[in-house]
Design a protein around this ligand. Structure first.
Ligand code: GN1
Ligand code: MG
Length: 377
């Protein structure tokens, strides 16, 4: 609990909770440090009748990052529509639901123009990295199920919350432009990284070209499939719900599988400073793929299955380029914990990308073996 430490934050939390008509008395709050973009708080309330302290209710209060999300109202509309669709198709499963203000809005904008929302708190456990293959299988299953449930949702009708979010080609173009402009005089430190990224360009932009050619179907995708975006039951360790729906947009299945593999099948955290420790763990990759295909094999086309492994390479290269671009332009996008954090992240992702590139034939075979097994079963 750090509520005493920061009176200003507590005041805004009280204001936001009052706007969402939360009954009772704010007892305590804490910042949830996970997440590189939005700012999230866990708040605990006394019961309105002031009865024993044990009777509490918890909520999640979140300030949406206005630098990253230019149109947060549209995000809330997307989330409303997507969660309604999922709830209708899987009644009884836990869902994040957002509270409304007296004038019926699922967000609140105080005088300073910031953008806030408030949802139920789901008691659960999450994993930033995970070596447990059963949990990785469940992670794949949960993200696959999320996509499968939305496979009949009109992807084009969703608002594109961040245009070209997974357009790897544009991400790389932007990076090389930033290196040229070099506003912070940092490009000289990262010549090797830029060179390596340039050498990966052709392979990492193959999905972009396939998307443009219509070789792969557009789906509703989550687009931020880190392991810690699945909430698990504390006791059974069964997946409960997929969270962090700000980037739900039209996309490719390979984006979601690829980003999940980048995170779940890495041997280390995504900002591991010792790159010797960073590699793609093929066992973890296999477990994730088994879970994902268990949910999605009946939905995916042959060409989609064929490019899942390429998705892992693409999303890793792309994130490396995003971290490096942020480093070159002054660390404005991703929250950093120390000077040079984005450069450490870049090097970690590049080491992972190099290993994925080398293992691509094995990863492709892993996917096609699992898909075949499932088809024959
Ligand atoms: C950001 O904030 P978080 O952790 O949910 C980012 C993702 C990156 C991720 C890397 C909107 O997600 O794209 O993969 O950091 N989200 C946005 O940790 O840019
Ligand atoms: Mg996110």
């Amino acid at each position: 609990m750090n509520c005493e430490a920061d009176g200003q934050t507590e005041n805004i939390l009280r204001e936001v909770c009052a706007a969402f008509r939360i009954p009772g008395e704010l007892k305590s709050w804490e910042t949830i440090t996970r997440g590189n973009i939005n700012t999230t708080f866990h708040v605990n309330f006394y019961n309105p009748d002031g009865q024993p302290h044990e009777i509490r209710k918890s909520y999640l209060v979140q300030e949406v990052n206005a630098y990253v999300f230019k149109n947060p109202k549209e995000i809330m509309r997307n989330i409303d529509r997507v969660t309604a669709h999922i709830s209708a198709k899987s009644p009884g499963t836990p869902q994040l639901h957002f509270h409304h203000t007296a004038d019926g809005m699922n967000y609140y904008v105080p005088g300073n123009g910031s953008f806030w929302r408030l949802s139920n708190y789901i008691d659960s456990v999450t994993f930033d990295t995970c070596a447990d293959l059963a949990i990785l299988r469940s992670t794949g299953k949960a993200f696959g199920r999320f996509q499968a449930l939305l496979s009949d949702f009109d992807a084009e009708s969703l608002y594109e919350t961040i245009p070209d979010f997974h357009n790897t080609e544009k991400r790389l173009d932007r990076l090389f432009q930033s290196a040229k402009d070099d506003p912070c005089d940092r490009a000289k430190e990262v010549r090797d990284e830029l060179c390596f990224l340039d050498s990966l360009r052709d392979k990492a932009t193959e999905l972009c070209r396939m998307r443009a050619d219509g070789a792969l179907p557009l789906r509703v995708t989550h687009n931020d499939t880190k392991v810690n975006n699945v909430l698990f039951d504390r006791q059974t360790l069964e997946p409960l719900v997929v969270i962090d729906l700000d980037t739900v947009m039209p996309g490719l299945s390979a984006y979601d599988f690829g980003d999940a593999a980048r995170c779940a099948a890495s041997s280390a955290a995504e900002d591991e400073p010792d790159t010797e420790k960073v590699f793609l763990d093929t066992e973890r990759f296999g477990a994730l793929a088994e879970g994902y295909l268990a949910s999605m094999s009946g939905v995916l086309t042959r060409s989609e299955i064929d490019v899942l492994a390429l998705g892992a390479l693409t999303l890793t290269v792309e994130l490396a380029s995003r971290f490096l671009d942020d480093y070159l332009t002054g660390d404005k996008y991703f929250r950093t914990s120390y000077a040079g954090h984005n450069l450490v992240r870049t090097r970690c992702q590049l080491k992972l990308a190099a290993d994925i590139l080398e293992k691509l034939p094995i990863l492709r075979k892993t996917i096609s073996d699992i898909a075949k097994r499932m088809k024959d079963a």
